[in-house]
Design a protein around this ligand. Structure first.
Ligand code: EPU
Length: 438
């Protein structure tokens, strides 16, 4: 199992270039199944989730090629197979993104119930409700969703659920509606920047989508979609993670290319904690040289504070003076990092969807285990802030969402070392992910 060893307690200083967003790249790659031409996507990060989806798309008849280190070229070559491979689908949540595009373009989709990080219940009932409203016949059997439709038909769909909007549910219905007859209106759509990026890609392919990024999205169906060139938005969660690492170590880091307009809620919470932000054309500079203050926050759908930043911010709050209350309204069970933070000396009490953090803790290095992607990032941040040596096992979780985390941390002065090999080692760098697709 791959591990990261960290010698903590040095302030991070320097600049780090922010990569393209994982959670924008994945639905956009899946949406390329809808198109008849070639799409070229730039700023696609080298992540294991991206690689897994590439393999799924290859199995579904798409040719995929890394034509430059951050650029993927995609083209559908044949449309015979409508079944998403089980062993790949259970690796990641975003495998469910092929459902809408397959159904709309091929009239049939067989997609296993997706896997992904263990952060609580993650049903797909809202995805299925939306696709049924478009006229699809959907059955669930043997761990698969079987969906078929001769032709989807536009309608008005309310997509809100018990925890608010659904990001990938909105993506699935929006992609399916691009080739439906007539107009679809999604009410209570997810407003995340990744949904807006997906709509921008689809509109580049010839779709007619309006309102993406707001909670009402309208899609006028078209007969066909072409390929296009598209540059994926920068990853706001990756940028936020480096911002937290800078804050927890009392550092000063420039997040090159980060989009402050996508990070307002996080910047607001961190400013309340005493972290300084300077924004200019090159990105966001994050500096923190005085004592951090405690803060309360609740993770909410966008434009609220992202649940994908809850664990990393909690790691920073261990270094802040006072008592903080953290609530996760999106994933009330997303607290696997709490037990591991205890090993580093954190004073945290979990109560249902909330955690109470009493700081400042005197964190000391220890062996810990990442149990999910963002929880793993939180352990790295806490390890960087702790006295002495921390070893984070389970780095394969972190590799799903952060490209070469250790190299980039080293670039801003962290003393970190990978043990057990990283994905995409130097020798593999130029290799395309491509497999034969006929
Ligand atoms: N939900 C339902 N029914 C559904 C779908 C969702 O009840 O049919 C509930 C979920 O259980 C959850 C809430 O609605 O409580 C929000 O889930 P959502 O569907 O928005 O999550 P997702 O689309 O599956 C994406 C990201 C997650 C991120 C969430 C929330 C991708 C690939 N994944 O998941 O990212 O946490 O939105 O912002 O885009 C991560 O990157 O670490 C990650 C987990």
């Amino acid at each position: 199992m791959s591990k990261l060893s960290i010698r903590g307690s040095e302030p991070l200083k320097g600049s780090v270039r922010i990569h393209g967003a994982k959670n924008a790249s994945l639905p956009i790659m899946a949406a390329a199944l809808l198109t008849e031409g070639t799409s070229v996507l730039s700023r696609v990060p080298r992540l294991t989730d991206v690689r897994t989806l590439t393999l799924i798309l290859e199995a579904l008849g798409m040719r995929t090629e890394r034509i430059a280190s951050d650029t993927l070229q995609l083209r559908v070559l044949n449309q015979k197979n409508c079944t998403c491979p089980h062993e790949l689908a259970i690796e990641m949540r975003a495998s469910v993104c092929v459902l809408g595009p397959l159904l709309a373009r091929r009239g049939r989709a067989e997609v296993p119930l997706p896997g992904g990080c263990v952060i609580g219940e993650r049903p797909i009932d809202l995805h299925l409700k939306g696709l049924r409203a478009l006229g699809a016949d959907i059955q669930q059997k043997n761990g698969y969703v079987f969906a078929k439709a001769k032709r989807l038909k536009g309608t008005r769909i309310y997509m809100g659920g018990p925890r608010g909007s659904t990001v990938l549910g909105t993506a699935n219905v929006m992609t399916a509606a691009t080739l439906a007859d007539g107009i679809t209106t999604i009410e209570h759509a997810a407003c995340e920047p990744e949904i807006q990026d997906l709509a921008n890609y689809l509109n580049g392919c010839g779709a007619l989508i309006k309102g993406a990024g707001t909670n009402t999205v309208t899609i006028e169906g078209v007969k066909r979609l072409e390929g296009t060139l598209h540059r994926v938005i920068p990853d706001r969660i990756e940028a936020g993670t480096f911002a937290c690492a800078a804050a927890a170590t009392g550092g000063d880091v420039l997040l090159e290319g980060a989009r402050p307009d996508h990070m307002s809620a996080l910047i607001d919470v961190m400013q309340n904690m005493g972290v300084k932000f300077e924004i200019d054309d090159s990105g966001i500079r994050v500096a923190c040289n005085k004592g951090l203050r405690a803060a309360d926050f609740t993770a909410l759908p966008y434009p609220g504070l992202p649940t994908d930043m809850q664990p990393q911010l909690m790691a920073v709050l261990n270094c802040a003076v006072g008592t903080s209350v953290v609530t996760d309204s999106v994933y009330p069970e997303r607290f696997t990092h709490v037990g591991e933070l205890h090993r580093l000396g954190a004073d945290i009490i979990r109560q249902g969807p909330q955690a109470v953090i009493r700081g400042p803790g005197s964190l000391t290095g220890a062996p810990v285990t990442a149990r999910d992607l963002r929880g793993g990032a939180a352990l790295i941040i806490a390890g960087l802030a702790a006295e002495g040596d921390t070893i984070v096992s389970g780095m394969d979780h972190v590799d799903r969402g952060y490209e070469r985390m250790e190299n980039r941390l080293r670039g801003i002065g962290a003393q970190v070392k990978r043990e057990g090999g990283a994905p995409f080692e130097v020798g593999q760098l130029q290799l395309p992910f491509r497999r034969a697709a006929s």
